[in-house]
Structure formats: structure tokens, C-alpha cells
Design a protein around this ligand. Structure first.
Ligand code: 26Q
Length: 843
């Protein structure tokens, strides 16, 4: 089959782009509004002048990190003019804007991403080369901006990329945590947490704008008495929010949007020690001083003590962002009634849902509107995305905290609730059960505000993040509210940005794709469909397999260099990378490895294709069972390594410190993607999509967006197994793990091996809690129910791998059918159906 000529290949891959200093290069720079930069010629603009002029460092002796910083500053120079023009265009046109409020933005690194989206890849590489700088080493200097826990935070970052690429007038609002997600290391198999001091060095991407500070008022003060800080009620005090802006470069560099992160600053009298207790947070809070509200990201863990600081963080983000949004609105508009025509505010989960009460407060107290008008404007402006079905994970904040910190907001919430419950009683007379369930106030001994109910009632739109999740949300989790306001509910299946997750992460595969179908897929991923024609093409299959082999070898080299672990790229790379959680069932994966291990021990000459099992992910610091699962995987790895019967055929690797950069390395190198949550528990999943577009085959349950991946590619092209959502629900009442233990010998064999301390000879009994969770306590996540069908699915997959052509065929079909899972598609749906915003091209 004909490949397209190299002329049509992604411009970032073209070899002969302008050389720095050339006339063509000057044209590229002009495209971004950069005239010739003073100092010794354009070439130096890229790099050295920042060392000399910003840092007073002799370029000859600069450290690798200083070079990274200077290089990034040069890239920022190139985008600065365009960034300003973007802002001016939005101001001039007074277009309706989107504001994405999120406590998390899991950005990862920015240099490679910005260079690539500016189409400057070859230029930057060339420039580095002429300076004798190793480009990859330079990129490696950048710390990951890990301002998020996992899926929800990364989704926010992918959405920013899509909104800028689609030229939507959008701003992200978040917090500038000084410490992001903790750093994970492994000691004797156990997870250790260390603070992530990502801002230790100057961050070249952020620009502080102290003159755009805002004031945030809270209802109490703090006082030093008897060696402790005490809350002084009814004595309001003020916090200061300082914005730090980061550029969000759209692909092609036409639009440069802004991510605005707030840092807290406060009067000296303010102290937060009262709020921080518990291990990880506690250790950091010892050093907390007045300006510490935005010091640390909270791990996703509902059991963590000392969440008072989190409560205040959420309000701080909301108050700063709404003050900023309203100030901007007032600069260009006189009529408050126009607010919903000028601003769409999306709440990323309930974390910023105090926006309902805060916006209402502004409209009532500052704009002096009446309740009915203020309420309508609030609802029309706000929209809410739900990311979880687990009732225990839905946020509820103690009324007592509102009373102390936000008394006016509590008053407003009570009034919303009074009117809401009137409506319930009017529409459903005599249904007191419904009144209780819908109420914004949970009437338990310590009364709490239900933030999801507040978000649904106070907005015009509530969406889930995959079809099955949105359906369960409506039919189970918030059924009563969905019955009251059915028109507010919709689904917006998640997506991921193909720029970061395919173009940049997997250059070898991207090159092959562009050679086959051109480079239109970069901004229109549905074009990947054209690859279906190539799925049976011998030379394309070869090229796919070669690109996969290259990514695997690169990963193996990186792993060896950074951890000393040796893996063989000629084995199947079989991955499960995500937060460690019981519902995600890393234990199910471990159990099937033990089943295979037992088969090989009882029949050493058994013929299998060698596999390397990769695990990576963090456990919330207070989630003891999740930490034990990490310990178990590490002990399993060590046991297998020490066993001459299986060594060389099975290998388990727990890769520490899973973050965006590690995902960018591992996803392209994977053959197999494990998406094995108990059906009904994973809202969507997004790594499933990244693996699919990088040509890994999915072994998965019918859960979250994996269901839609199978719809797109055809079930025959995935390896689905296990109970469905309905089967999980219907069997809950009578399910017993003992049945499987007693009737399925391989399951019994695997469990008995754990119980016999085979994996913990020197730590007898350490894994006893695994017995409790898998047997004694009833196996809530139904590992044993799905284990046999999981093993069978993996066997079928192994058979397919033995035939490289057939394997490549399926993998290419998966890539071809992954177009739906671009975050561009997701954002197009939000923009037209919820936000009603249109592109606003920069003039
Ligand atoms: C809440 C209160 C206090 C401290 C922390 C938190 C907290 C923080 C983060 C609660 C939850 C989170 C993160 C949730 C999350 O990442 N959910 C995932 O969202 C993805 C994007 O929609 C989905 O693909 C995943 O299925 C879902 O698990």
C-alpha cells in the first residue's frame, strides 16, 4: 500500500526545518511575534542570553538544570507575544469564556510539550546540538508538576491542551501547591513517602502577578494561647491570593491560554497548625506558618485525618477564582444578567462546589440582586462533573466548620435547602424518605453538608465521565435528584490529548502513522480510522512491530539506568499502572500471576511466552491495605526472581514513583493493558485510552470507558472478561469467595501459597490481611469470582501473541478505533452542549 510522501509528515518530524540563525528561522520566530532578539544574533536568543542576563551565569559553566531553565525561558520568549495577543483578543471580542475550576492539574513536564505544540521540535533539537547540549538530558532536568492525584488531575491537564488547541477562550484555575503528589520510593517492599519539593528551583514557566491579588475573607481569626493556636470565632480575617500564570500552548501555537494557580498569603496572625494532623500531612504541617494554606496537595484518601486545611483550600480556590472571574466580567459588562452569556464555570468534581454558595453570595451581597435572579444566574453559570460513584467518596463537610469559617455561606446553603425541600414536598407529597435523601444537610450527630447535592442543585448541568458511569449516577447514586431535574444530566465520556500521549510520547509510531495517513490525526483523531486499511498490510504491520520493539528497548534501557532493574524487551510487556486501590484490583493481577507461577512449578517444561509484568502506582499514605498490596507485589517479584524454575520466563517489576513522565515512557512500550476494576466501580479510566492509541491490547472488565473502547473496536479485538455491572449487583447478596476457594483448585493453590508465607518467609503473617479481605471478610471486590475468566482471557491473549502478524493486526485495529478517545472530542461536546462557547481565533 502506498505511503504518503514525507512532505505531509507532521511538521514536527520534518528533518529540514529552518536552522537557528537562518532567514527561515527568523520567519518561524516572526510567526510567534518574535522580532530579532537583541544580543549576539538570533541563535543566542534561544538559550545563552538567559544564563547571562537573567542569572548572571557564564554559559560555559552552567549546570544542566540552569541550561534547562534558560532554554525554557527562551521558549517562553517565543510564545510570549502570542500569549499577550490571545489575552487581547479575548478582551477585545468580549467572547464567552470557559473557566475550569479544579483542585488538581497533573501537568507533568512542560518543555517538550510546549516545544512540540509550537512546532519547534527540530529547531530546538538543532539549537541544543549546536550548543553541545544533550536534548534528552536537558528535558530530564525538568521536575514533573505533579499537582494532582491521578485521573481527575490529568484529565484537567488534557482538557487545557484541547481547549487551547481548539482555540477556545478558556482559563484553568487551581492552587499553586508548593508540594505536589508525594514522591514514592520502596524500602524492603514497602512504600515510603517523601515531600515533592518541585519548586525548589525557579520554575521558568510561571509568572507571578502580585498586582492581580485578591482578598478572601473568612469568618474567624486565630490566636496564640497556651502554646497553641486557637480559633477566635466571630472575628473575621483576611487571606490574600496571589495568582501565578502558566502558558497553555495549543497545538500549532495559535492560541496560548492561561492556567492561573493561586498561592496563599496571609496576615501574621494566621496559623493553620490546628488543621493538619495525620502522618504525611502532619509531618509537613509541623513547619506550617501563616502562609501555608497552599503548601501541600492532599492525597486522595477519605480516611486522612486533619482535613480542615483541605476544606479551607477548597474555599480559597473558589473565592480567589470567582473574584477574578467577576472582576473580569465587570470590566467589560454592566448588566449582571449577562453573566451566563459571558462565563461558563465547570466544577471538576465537588472539590470546588462551594462555588455555588460563593457565587450566590457575590450576587446577593455585592451585586445586591434579589434571591430569584441571583439563583437563576448561579445555576446558569455553573456546571458540575462527577468522577465517582462510591457513596463513601462523595464529599461531605461538617456544618461546624462552615459555622466557624464560612457562616454567611452556611446561611445561604440553609436557604437553598429550605427552598429545595419545599419543592420536594410540593412535588412528592408525603415522601419524607426522599426529603431526607435530597437534603443538602445530612442529619447525623455531627451534621454535614452534602457537596454533590449542592453542586447538582446549584448548577444547570451534571455529567458523568463514561456512558455506564453517567447511567449509574442517574439511576443509583443521585437517583432522587436526577428524577427532579432529568434535563440537567448528561454523559461526557473522557478523552486524552493525542499530542502528549501519542505524538510526543511515541515518536516512532507517530511517524509510521503520519507516513501512512498524513498528519491530520494530530488535531482530528477520528482520522485514525483510515489506518484500518493498513491493519492487514504486511509492511505496516512490520513497521508497527518495529516501533513497539524500539519503545520497549528504550524503556528497558531507561529502567536499567535509573533503577538497575533488567528487563528483556523480547518478552510480553504486561502492564497495570494506576493508583493502588482495592476496586482497581491489582490483587487480581497478582493472583493470576501466581496461578501461572504454580503451573510452571508443577510442570517446569510447560511452554509459555515469557512475560514481564509491570506494576506502578501510589497508595494513599493512610490506606494500609493498598500499601500492603504494594509490599505483596514486591515480595512476589523477589520470590519469582529467586526461583530458577520460572526465572527468565516470568518477571514482576514494581516501578516506583509513577507520574506523568513515567507513564509517557511506559505506555508506548506496553503490549498488554490491564483494566480490571470490579464492574461498576471505575468511573471511566483514562490510561485505558492511552494504551489503546499506543497499540497495546486490553484485557479488561466491562467497566467505565473500556466498554466504549470495545464498542469502537469490536469486542473481538479486546480481551473482555468477568462479571458485568448487573451480575456484580445481582450476586452481591449471595456471593461467597469460599465457593471459589473450595471448588477451583488453581484459586485455592494460589491463595494457599500466600497463606503459607511462601512470599514472606522472613516476615511470617505479614500478608494475613490479604486473607481477611479475600476470604474472611467476603471479598467485597469479587476478585475470586473473576479470577478464572481473567486467566482464560490472558491465555487467549498469549496464543495471539505467538502470531506476530495477527497480533499486529488487532493492535493496529485498536489504534484505528481509538479516535473517539481524544479529549478534543470530549471538549467539543462540553463546548457545544454545556458551555455554549465557540472558538475565538487570535487576531
Ligand atoms: C477529596 C477530599 C479530600 C482529599 C482528597 C480528595 C480527592 C482527591 C482526588 C478525591 C478524589 C480524587 C480523585 C479522583 C479521581 O481521580 N477519579 C478518577 O477520575 C478520572 C477522570 O474522570 C476517571 O477516569 C477515573 O475513573 C476516576 O477514578
Amino acid at each position: 500500500m502506498n505511503r504518503k510522501s514525507t512532505i505531509e509528515v507532521a511538521s514536527s518530524e520534518v528533518e529540514s526545518l529552518p536552522r537557528p540563525g537562518s532567514a527561515e528561522m527568523a520567519m518561524v520566530l516572526r510567526q510567534y511575534g518574535c522580532g530579532p532578539i537583541p544580543f549576539v544574533g538570533t541563535e543566542n536568543a534561544f538559550y545563552e542570553r538567559h544564563l547571562l542576563f537573567d542569572r548572571a551565569i557564564n554559559p560555559q559553566v552552567a549546570t544542566a538544570h540552569e541550561r534547562f531553565e534558560a532554554f525554557s525561558r527562551s521558549v517562553r520568549d517565543i510564545l510570549a507575544q502570542r500569549w499577550v495577543s490571545t489575552k487581547e483578543t479575548y478582551e477585545k471580542t468580549n467572547a464567552k469564556r470557559v473557566y475550569y475550576l479544579s483542585l488538581e492539574f497533573l501537568i507533568g513536564r512542560s518543555l517538550a510539550n510546549n516545544v512540540s505544540n509550537l512546532l519547534l521540535d527540530p529547531v530546538a533539537r538543532h539549537s541544543a546540538k549546536t550548543k553541545g547540549v544533550d536534548w534528552l538530558e536537558l528535558l530530564d532536568q525538568e521536575p514533573d508538576a505533579g499537582l494532582g492525584n491521578g485521573g481527575l488531575g490529568r484529565l484537567a491537564a488534557c482538557f487545557l491542551d484541547s481547549m487551547a488547541t481548539m482555540q477556545l477562550p478558556a482559563t484553568g484555575y487551581g492552587l499553586r501547591y508548593e508540594y505536589g503528589m508525594f514522591k514514592q520510593s520502596i524500602a524492603n517492599g514497602w512504600q515510603q513517602e517523601d515531600p515533592d519539593n518541585w519548586l525548589r528551583d525557579v520554575d521558568p514557566w510561571e509568572i507571578a502577578r502580585p498586582h492581580e491579588r485578591v482578598e478572601v475573607r473568612i469568618g474567624c481569626s486565630f490566636e496564640w494561647r497556651g502554646g497553641n493556636f486557637h480559633v477566635v470565632r466571630n472575628q473575621p480575617s483576611t487571606l490574600i491570593g496571589i495568582p501565578y500564570d502558566r502558558p497553555v500552548v495549543g497545538y500549532g501555537g495559535k492560541t496560548i491560554n492561561t492556567l492561573r494557580l493561586w498561592a496563599a498569603s496571609a496576615p501574621d496572625s494566621f496559623n493553620f497548625q490546628e488543621f493538619g494532623t495525620g502522618d504525611f500531612i502532619g509531618a509537613l504541617s509541623e513547619t506550617l506558618e501563616a502562609e501555608s494554606l497552599t503548601r501541600v496537595l492532599y492525597p486522595d484518601d477519605s480516611t486522612t485525618a486533619g482535613q480542615g486545611l483541605r476544606f479551607l483550600q477548597e474555599y480559597f480556590l473558589v473565592a480567589c477564582s470567582l473574584a477574578d472571574i467577576v472582576r473580569r466580567f465587570r470590566r467589560h459588562n454592566t448588566d449582571w444578567n449577562d453573566l451566563p452569556e459571558k462565563a461558563a464555570i465547570q466544577l471538576n468534581d465537588t472539590h470546588p462546589s462551594m462555588a455555588v454558595a460563593e457565587l450566590l453570595r457575590i450576587l446577593l451581597d455585592d451585586a445586591c440582586l434579589g434571591w430569584d435572579d441571583a439563583w437563576e444566574l448561579t445555576k446558569k453559570t455553573l456546571a458540575y462533573t462527577n468522577h465517582t460513584l462510591l457513596p463513601e467518596a462523595l464529599e461531605k463537610w461538617p456544618v461546624a466548620w462552615f459555622e466557624i469559617l464560612l457562616p454567611r455561606h452556611l446561611e445561604i446553603i440553609y436557604e437553598i435547602n429550605r427552598r429545595l425541600l419545599d419543592e420536594v414536598r410540593f412535588r412528592f407529597p408525603g415522601d419524607e424518605g426522599r426529603v431526607q435523601r435530597v437534603s443538602l444537610v445530612e442529619e447525623v450527630s455531627a451534621r454535614k453538608i452534602r457537596m454533590a447535592n449542592l453542586a447538582i442543585v446549584g448548577s444547570h448541568s451534571t455529567n458523568g465521565v463514561a456512558a455506564v458511569h453517567s447511567k449509574l449516577l442517574r439511576m443509583l447514586t443521585v437517583k432522587d435528584l436526577a428524577e427532579m431535574y432529568p434535563e440537567r444530566f448528561s454523559n461526557k465520556t473522557n478523552g486524552v490529548t493525542p499530542r502528549r500521549w501519542l505524538l510526543q510520547a511515541n515518536p516512532a509510531l507517530s511517524r509510521e502513522i503520519s507516513q501512512a495517513i498524513g498528519n491530520g490525526w494530530i488535531t482530528d483523531l477520528s482520522q485514525l480510522r483510515e489506518l484500518r486499511r493498513y491493519a492487514k498490510d504486511g509492511s505496516f504491520c512490520e513497521a508497527f512491530l518495529a516501533s513497539k520493539r524500539e519503545a520497549k528497548a528504550q524503556f528497558a534501557d531507561w529502567l536499567k539506568a535509573t533503577t538497575g532493574q533488567i528487563v528483556d524487551p523480547d518478552t510480553i510487556f504486561d502492564c497495570q499502572v494506576k493508583r493502588i486501590h482495592e476496586y482497581k484490583r491489582q490483587l487480581l493481577n497478582a493472583l493470576r500471576i501466581i496461578v501461572v507461577y504454580n503451573r510452571l512449578r508443577s510442570n517446569p517444561s510447560r511452554d509459555i511466552i515469557p512475560r514481564t509484568f509491570f506494576f506502578a502506582g501510589k497508595a494513599a499514605p493512610a490506606y494500609h491495605l493498598a500499601k500492603l498490596i504494594i509490599k505483596f507485589i514486591n515480595n512476589l517479584a523477589a520470590t519469582i526472581d529467586a526461583d530458577p524454575v520460572v526465572r527468565g520466563r516470568l518477571k514482576v517489576v514494581f516501578v516506583p514513583e509513577y507520574n506523568v513522565s513515567l507513564a509517557e515512557r511506559l505506555v508506548p512500550a506496553s503490549d498488554v493493558s490491564n483494566q480490571i476494576s470490579t464492574a461498576g466501580y471505575e468511573a471511566s479510566g483514562t490510561s485505558n485510552m492511552k494504551f489503546m492509541m499506543n497499540g497495546a491490547l486490553t484485557v479488561g472488565t466491562r467497566d467505565g470507558a473500556t466498554i466504549e473502547m470495545a464498542e469502537e473496536a469490536g469486542e473481538e479485538n479486546l480481551f473482555l472478561f468477568g462479571l458485568t455491572v448487573e451480575q456484580v449487583e445481582n450476586s452481591r447478596a449471595w456471593y461467597s469467595p469460599y465457593w471459589h476457594y473450595e471448588n477451583e483448585p488453581e484459586i485455592r493453590g494460589a491463595l494457599n501459597l500466600i497463606f503459607s508465607d511462601h512470599f514472606s518467609p522472613n516476615e511470617p503473617g505479614v500478608f494475613a490481611p490479604l486473607r481477611d479481605t479475600l476470604l474472611t471478610q467476603g471479598d467485597h471486590y469479587m476478585h475470586l469470582a473473576d479470577l478464572t475468566s481473567y486467566c482464560r482471557a490472558q491465555e487467549r491473549l498469549g496464543d495471539l501473541y505467538a502470531d506476530p502478524q495477527a497480533w499486529a493486526h488487532k493492535a493496529i485495529l485498536n489504534i484505528a478505533c481509538s479516535g473517539k478517545f481524544s479529549s478534543d472530542r470530549t471538549i467539543a461536546e462540553y463546548a457545544s452542549e454545556i458551555w455554549k462557547v465557540k472558538p475565538c481565533p487570535v487576531q
